[in-house]
Design a protein around this ligand. Sequence first.
Ligand code: HEC
Length: 431
Amino acid sequence: MIEVGRLYFSYQPGDKWILALLVVTVICIVSTVGSGYFLYASGEYAGYLIDQHFWGGVITAFLTLVTLAFFIVFWKSCRQYGPYYVALIAANIAAIYTGHLGGSVTHGRDYLSGYLPLIFDASVSKLSRPDSILMVYDDYVAQIFESKCTSCHNDQRAKGGLSLGSYGQLFTKGQSGNYAVAPGMADYSELFKRVILPPNHDEHMPPQGKTPLTKDELDLLRHWINLGASDTLCVSQVADTTTLASIIKDLDPTIAQYRRSHLMAEISSQNLKAELETLAAKLQVVIRQDSLQGDNSYTLSMLFPPSTFGLDQLKELRPYFDYFTRVSLVSCDIDDAALYYLSRMKNLKELYLQKTKISGLSLIYLQKIPSLEILNLSFTEIDDKSAIDLLDFPALREVFLYRTNTSNQVIQALGKYKPELKIYSEEGPYF
Ligand code: HEC
């Protein structure tokens, strides 16, 4: 920018300043690439994007050094600055491209292009449809549920026996035995009773820690239920003077925000699905959506007959670890080193490791997974010493230890100290 200023505007900061700036830049870039190298060499990150990001960094550092060198040479000799400008532009392009690759590593490959259409899509940023076709339920009430309730109340996960995913389901009874919505009677609707409780009340919805409904949202629900909770009520039918009309007006910006967030979430989950499909094809494994756990949860398992799947292949999945809820690595070419990586899958619920080369020395790593419920270690070299580590698994319910080096005494002791843990001496399931 300084160079643009010098060339096209009469901004003349003096060559010494430019030299100082270039030296500082070189120091920063070289140290960044240096520390990046240690991360890269540690093997914690792996894959094609990381390789490119790393080499992009090296090229950027090199070009910055060349820029500095040209600058010094041409400054001292007071000759043409041409080569310096070329190197400067090249270094900038390399820096932008490398930075973009870095962004893709952390946020996924399509993090820019995926959202771009959204920014330009006015229909998402505003409720631009005319009032005559806006519906109170579809365009307002349902948006609120989707934003604040359906993560727990959907068809796969119906907490309290209640799903709020579709209109018809609002008029069903949950575990309490009361109708969630009783048309015309907000005060008798379980749903409304829950949302107006004091936020710290045990039965308040959404539960503590989640964003409660705002006053406008509560008012909208109350009015809509009292007016009969219809799904055909149009915004245009609500006379301008009524309270409902003014609440709806006030809610417009909030609802537009919800719609934007839903759309972004949808786009990123479609991108995620596509990326995982590509990776599954490359690694020759099966990656499927875990329908029991929700849209962004996935299972990993092997094809039959299995292809080679070892530590390197596991590392390639690293950017996606958070999305795996069930993983089956039966007969894979992995040993204890893999347990460290598996322990990073912090949403993992089931892990099948039978017939692998695991000795159990690093089993302790898996204690870090807060939600791990089922662990299959049959046909491995697990012995008594490592089996004791199972006592400190926070959520473990079932473990399979068929044909391991564990003794009956230790298995009995485990059962005694952790009675909620079921220990099976059978091969156990996999998928
Ligand atoms: C973080 C998860 C979570 C969120 C978000 C959440 N709920 Fe719940 N909800 C629960 C759980 C768990 C129960 C069952 C325990 C209980 O009855 O308190 C429940 C129970 C209910 C019930 C009682 C069902 C019955 O008849 O027993 C209603 C009604 C309800 N929720 C409505 C809502 C509404 C409306 C929202 C959004 C404003 C919401 N919930 C958001 C977890 C959640």
